[in-house]
Write a protein that binds this ligand. Sequence first.
Ligand SMILES: [Zn+2]
Length: 263
Amino acid sequence: MEYYKITLEKDLLEWGKVLSVGELVQEINDKLVNKGFNKTNSRLVFSVCSDDCNRLAERETIEKALTKIFNREFHLGGLAAYPVGGVSGIVAASHHPPDLKTLDGRKERAGNLIIFASPHFGIIKKETLIYGSFIRPGQQKPTASCGAMMGFLSALKAAKNTNKLRPRVEDTSLDPSKKVLYKQLIANYSDRLNTLLKLDDVNNQVLELFKINHDLVESKLLQMIAEFKKKEPFSGNMAFISGITINTTDKDYFILKQIKYLN
Ligand SMILES: [Zn+2]
């Protein structure tokens, strides 16, 4: 843990706090459970990548730890954690938390939502750490993680500039998650993506790519939540956790960016 933590913290330049699964659970206990969010009054809403590595039985994952504390989750996320479930998904999730009861058993208001937003990337440990891929349980060779974002980076490097980047996705209905992800990355983060290409160190390029991935997912979710609030009355409390999940072969780590309350 220390090697991962020290290296990541040095490379991240104070962008977030690097935590083991147990340390993240402790933070969540301090900031949410001790403030009244629990299994009997809250529903988890995940905006995480579809990639199975985030929930494989063989691995110690962030998802398993969170669902153990709060029960199972409503999923908004598509490839690279982009919240493809959208405003309608948030509206639906807002109808699902357990009712919050008063001491006399009377329903007082809706239960709470805990929004968890996290892109992910893998790390391979050799003489140094290599960001952007890892060796999955049962496999010998490394594969990309997050595949959607590392694929985007390869396409960006080949194109040399976002203006020349035309992802080969002809039919939105056949590849909706990738289509919207790539389009939104280019529409909102062209300057940062083009600056990223000028970085000498490949690990620093990958880190900046996933900071952008985080910022896209965070900003879209906050816009969607604002739209949801215009449409629907919601009397429960809402918490927002975001960061980047780190995949290694046997366990996850988490770069915690924030835990905050949205009302
Ligand atoms: Zn992924």
